[in-house]
Design a protein around this ligand. Structure first.
Ligand code: T46
Length: 155
């Protein structure tokens, strides 16, 4: 099976909306000495990781809303490694809200997917692994433009 097919099959099984599914980190339990979470390229995360960033210190955590954009090409894996937050994903047809509250369960957010993060707990740290370096040209930050962009891709 090719890598692309394997990725497609895994996505089909637990798809939340188009281009979005849950991911599982590998867990290594060290008894009383704690747990280790492991994320590897093309294994737990279905792409080559080129960038890592994290969202933290959400002082205005109850009102904070982040995201509110889609990417044209970027693939990302989001893990809430402390606390919890809600992530709304919208593929232009369907909109779902997911609560990320388990350190080892993350969310794959592929291209052409509107996403918003809110309801952050005050201790929330959201770890994001991305398939490419930062590029503002890859962002669609207007919802109307996003719906036009995904509709065009479907015709
Ligand atoms: C995403 C969600 C989940 C950089 O210069 N380099 C970077 O790697 C990032 C991530 C951001 N920036 C700059 C761009 C903006 O001027 O930092 C500023 C804040 O970025 P933004 O408003 O896009 O932040 P969020 O939290 O709304 O979105 C971020 C990512 O940008 C985005 O790709 O999908 O987290």
């Amino acid at each position: 099976m090719t890598e692309a097919t394997a990725k497609g099959d895994a996505m089909d099984k637990n798809e939340i909306v188009v281009n979005c599914c849950y991911l599982e980190a590998e867990k290594y339990k060290d008894g009383l000495d704690g747990w280790l979470g492991i994320l590897e390229n093309n294994k737990h995360v279905p792409f080559e990781i080129k960038r890592v960033y994290f969202i933290y210190n959400l002082i205005n955590h109850e009102a904070a809303v982040r995201g509110k954009h889609a990417h044209k090409r970027l693939e990302q894996a989001l893990f809430c490694i402390s606390g919890a937050c809600d992530i709304t994903v919208d593929d232009g047809r369907e909109r779902r809200t997911i609560t990320l509250n388990k350190t080892h369960t993350g969310l794959y957010i592929g291209p052409r997917l509107w996403h918003e993060m809110k309801n952050f707990q005050d201790n929330c740290i959201l770890l994001v692994l991305a398939s490419d370096l930062f590029d503002e040209d890859d962002y669609i930050r207007d919802y109307h433009r996003f719906t036009e962009y995904v509709m065009k891709g479907r015709t």
